[in-house]
Design a protein around this ligand. Structure first.
Ligand SMILES: C[S@@+](CC[C@H](N)C(=O)[O-])C[C@H]1O[C@@H](n2cnc3c(N)ncnc32)[C@H](O)[C@@H]1O
Length: 213
């Protein structure tokens, strides 16, 4: 399901700040070298991530699901000078791509790239985060949320991508596959959880903006 017409999406992208040349290059190479390039956040969503990060000015960011590192670099734009972003992915075959672009970026010293299963890596982290981007396997969204909530500073923000799951969250429960079921439960949980305030933004495939109270 497309929330917006292609025409309107083009208009929004054309009338928002443009992505950097490095991000354009990364997007192009992602389309050339990977089989699922649509997983990358892309220009419009990337500018939203960058702007949210700049408004928060986080000292610590966590990203669950690096892919080729597009969103990592967008989120890093808001880091304080001594800030750090930890990004996790289990895909070892692809890690050469984000590594190359992280090294080329001005944030090379501020990015810690962890390879492994996100739930295991999360257990190893003894940091408190100001901003978290959940964007890995949908079946673990509630597990990620619960683990991450305990590692947030008060007022910290969690962003969760794909919470509309191509409109499948509107389907009858009976017809649901596992990912859709979990995402529906995730949206129920975050909208009623007294530990947070949350709102779903109808951007691309839906982004939850969740603030820890
Ligand atoms: C949608 S992509 C991330 C896109 C990226 N955040 C962006 O916006 O450009 C999801 C990534 O999560 C990774 N992933 C999926 N399940 C994972 C898990 N259990 N642990 C670590 N990484 C996982 C996949 O390898 C994939 O690269």
């Amino acid at each position: 399901m497309d929330i917006l017409s292609q025409e309107l999406e083009n208009y929004l992208a054309q009338h928002s700040t443009a992505e950097t040349d490095l991000l354009k290059k990364l997007e192009k190479e992602t389309f050339q070298k990977t089989t699922q390039p649509q997983m990358l956040s892309g220009g419009y969503q990337g500018r939203l991530l960058s702007l949210i990060s700049k408004l928060i000015r986080p000292n610590r960011i966590l990203e669950i699901g690096t892919f080729t590192g597009y969103a990592t670099l967008c989120l890093a734009e808001g880091l304080t000078p001594k800030g750090k972003i930890i990004t996790i992915d289990r895909n070892e075959e692809l890690m050469y791509l984000p590594k190359k672009y992280f090294a080329e970026s001005e944030y090379a010293q501020q990015i810690e790239f962890r390879i492994g299963n996100a739930l295991d890596v999360l257990d190893e982290l003894n940091e408190k985060f100001d901003l978290v981007f959940i964007d890995a396997d949908k079946s673990n969204y509630i597990n990620y949320y619960e683990k991450v909530l305990g590692k947030m500073n008060p007022g910290g923000v969690i962003l969760a991508d794909n919470v509309l799951w191509y409109g499948k969250v509107l389907q009858e429960t009976k017809a649901n596959d596992k990912d859709t079921k979990i995402l529906k439960e995730f949206n129920e949980l975050t909208s009623k959880d007294p530990r947070v305030e949350s709102i779903i933004l109808p951007v691309r495939d839906g982004i939850s903006l969740i603030r820890k109270i």
